[in-house]
Design a protein around this ligand. Sequence first.
Ligand SMILES: Nc1ncnc2c1ncn2[C@@H]1O[C@H](COP(=O)(O)OP(=O)(O)OP(=O)(O)O)[C@@H](O)[C@H]1O
Ligand SMILES: [Mg+2]
Length: 251
Amino acid sequence: MSTVRSKPVQATEPALAGLGLSLNYGDLRVLNEVDFSVGAGEAVGIVGPNGAGKTTLLGVLAGAIKPDRGTVHIGGQDVTKLRQEMRCRKGIGRAFQIPRPFGGMTVLENVLVGVSYGTRVSRNDAYRRCVEVLELCGLIELANRRADTLGLLHRKRLELARALATGPQVLLLDEIGGGLTDAEAEQLVDTIKQLHGLGIGIVWIEHIVHVLVQVVERLVCMDAGRVIADGEPEAVLSDAHVVDAYLGGGH
Ligand SMILES: Nc1ncnc2c1ncn2[C@@H]1O[C@H](COP(=O)(O)OP(=O)(O)OP(=O)(O)O)[C@@H](O)[C@H]1O
Ligand SMILES: [Mg+2]
């Protein structure tokens, strides 16, 4: 009998996964054996108190931060050694808490930069992609405005558009709802729901939990570098550890 065992073929490898991720900054253990995954087209929220390691986890998944231990996989492929740009080309797009558009460039030009960062496309295709992204993100009317003249909601939308322009299969969003009014946050939720409806996987860190749960099917709670709960949003939000570590703190 053969002793060679083939790797079991899974019907669906996670679109993006981190396994056993650990990271120390000096004596501070920022990530402690974190396992995290998001399925193709799945929307997952990440919550947890300030300093829990949420943004760091996103950075490690995106390839901006190197973990001390653990591996990162895209569609089952080990990408731990791949740089951020290469992971982006493999379908990982990222939008930041503080939008960083090129202020002197127009909205369209900013999105065009995202398109060329994520993929190699012809000029026509790039332009077409830009228009699609601007329409999806509610920015088409503002295509020729300089980015530094935009208000906060539109800057957030542009941040989303720049990430979307890279053609992601998974979109990593870090507190993009912060600072918005309730009405503005609702508008952003509508856009993100639309992206999710297109089959794009979403990983969204957000402190505004009632906004987050409108979009996500699964919630992960982190505390002190660990995942302390992972499951259906309702179950996670009523979990005693989550209430204690996060919700009890006035969030
Ligand atoms: N480059 C760095 N050097 C040293 N410590 C860092 C660095 N980046 C983050 N930290 C620390 O690591 C911990 C986790 O930070 P991180 O930004 O991942 O938390 P977070 O969960 O995103 O918090 P918040 O909700 O405030 O955004 C914090 O204690 C933070 O001060
Ligand atoms: Mg953060």
